[in-house]
Design a binder for this molecule. Structure first.
Ligand code: BGC
Length: 472
């Protein structure tokens, strides 16, 4: 039997070992950043796009809002467990401070599991029925509103209102949608219903909406980032570098779909046993490997697996080998944010959270749990930082003459918003990885990119179409 003094150093050693297994040092992060930069170039190249895992999808969003857009728009937001319908009214800017003046009303509808994993047609019928309900409540059933559809999954776009689903992510698996144009599927569902009509003008990734919504307030915002259930980024790229398109003047927003980074094995040296386990037990095995190391859908599960290992090794929870902690998915990502948030108020708060999992945690157990949560969330923030730093390097390469480049990244997503230190850790690491490049990266919380951003994109498209008509 070990006495107390011998056990404590042994616990510490085991936890340190685990932290080292999770942690990615600066050398590794720099290497990941360079790999991401290479992948981006591969994705942009005409002859290399086929082999690239980071698909660098042209979004057909080329113009940022100029402040003159106005009108009423319907925005739809599908990308997680909820579906939202919004009415967005963009009015004249505030004449005193020139701030945007936007009014919104919205409703959230749950997406039941059998709908997101069932028949594709049924999924779109469900969306159409939620739209009908919303329009009815606002007495707008007879108005033909312009619609911006935020559809936050990887799609190949052929235009602003055409998007073929490449693959589902984040627990969605509805049949018969991959390879199809989701705008056509939605239009057909609305026609089948026959209760209202609308004009779907734009299909938008949530990163793009987030960037747009932020750019409405900060004109130098040219990057959008989501760290929520999933993770992804977009940025403004020079059209002359987007070899898949013919046009060569001006800029276009690229939806990177960075979640798929590493799907060719390029990140294997940085993945640990928990990452491998998470992937092997997921709906989309072998796919979205970078996303699985970062986003909210997986963060709690990585922590859970690490805690199970420590429990089995007798380091915590008196060596338990069964109970709710051993049930996949039981350690929610929100616990990670909560635990790291309440740390400062003492261990009782942490013990209360762990009681959700029927874990009778001693002070020493709580200390270990906190360290594991911190290691996993810190690594996620660092990985995101490597990706953002790669984007910053790319934008700098596009503008070598700009010695004083400042980039604002518009960010949204539950992990970024709810975790107490994620944003700070990410910003510090980005600064470190950009040292010596002359680029300064700033972050701004983006408010409702999927609603406001999508409406703005729809409004810009509307304005451009009207201009084009006037020119004719
Ligand atoms: C999807 C992206 C989306 C991201 C954040 C990923 O799983 O592939 O399209 O932007 O999640 O919602």
């Amino acid at each position: 039997m070990m006495n107390q003094e011998e056990t404590v150093p042994c616990v510490d050693m085991k936890v340190k070992e685990l932290e080292n297994q999770i942690n990615l040092n600066d050398e590794k992060l720099t290497s990941i950043m360079h790999k991401m930069l290479n992948e981006m170039k591969k994705g942009l190249g005409k002859s290399t796009n086929d082999q690239a895992k980071v698909k660098m999808i042209p979004s057909y969003v080329a113009s940022l809002p100029d402040g003159t857009e106005k009108g009423s728009f319907l925005a739809l937001d599908l990308g997680g467990t909820n579906f939202r319908v919004l009415l967005v009214e963009i009015m004249d800017r505030n004449e005193h401070n020139n701030k945007p003046n936007i009014r919104m009303d919205s409703q959230i509808y749950r997406m039941p599991k059998d709908v997101i994993t069932g028949e594709g047609e049924k999924l779109f019928d469900h969306i159409a029925s939620c739209m009908a309900d919303f329009l009815k409540r606002l007495s707008l059933l007879d108005k033909k509103l312009p619609v911006g559809f935020t559809f936050s999954f990887p799609c190949k776009q052929h235009g602003l209102d055409h998007a073929d689903l490449i693959t589902w992510t984040k627990g969605f698996s509805a049949d018969g949608v991959v390879g199809q144009d989701v705008v056509t599927m939605l239009r057909e569902a609305i026609d089948r219903r026959g209760e209202f009509d609308c004009n779907i003008i734009a299909v938008v990734n949530d990163t793009v909406g987030t960037m747009m919504s932020c750019a409405h307030e900060f004109p130098d915002c040219q990057v959008g980032l989501i760290v929520g259930t999933g993770s992804n980024a977009c940025y403004m790229e020079k059209l002359s570098n987007i070899e898949l398109l013919e046009d060569s003047t001006g800029d276009m927003c690229i939806n990177m779909e960075w979640g798929a980074f590493g799907d060719d094995g390029i990140l294997n040296e940085f993945r640990n046993e928990f990452d491998v386990h998470v992937d092997e037990n997921s709906l989309n095995r072998g796919k979205q490997l970078y996303e699985k190391m970062i986003s909210g859908m997986y963060m709690g599960e990585i922590v859970r697996l690490a805690l199970c290992k420590l429990a089995k090794d007798g380091v915590i929870f008196n060596g338990i080998t069964n109970g709710p902690l051993f049930k996949p998915g039981s350690f929610e990502t929100s616990y990670v944010s909560q635990i790291e948030s309440v740390v400062s108020s003492g261990m009782t708060a942490v013990q209360n959270i762990l009681a959700n999992l029927e874990l009778g945690a001693l002070r020493s157990d709580c200390e270990v749990v906190i360290r594991v949560c911190q290691a996993v969330s810190r690594r996620a923030a660092h990985l995101c930082a490597a990706g953002i730093a790669a984007i910053a390097h790319k934008i700098k390469q596009n503008q070598p003459e700009n010695d004083d480049l400042k980039i604002t990244v518009g960010v949204d997503g539950t992990v970024y918003k709810k975790h107490p230190t994620f944003s700070k850790i990410m910003a510090e690491k980005v600064e470190h990885l950009c040292q010596g490049t002359g680029v300064k990266v700033e972050f701004a919380l983006s408010y409702d990119g999927s609603g406001k951003g999508a409406a703005l994109i729809t409004a810009v498209a509307h304005r451009m179409a009207q201009l084009a008509n006037a020119d004719r």
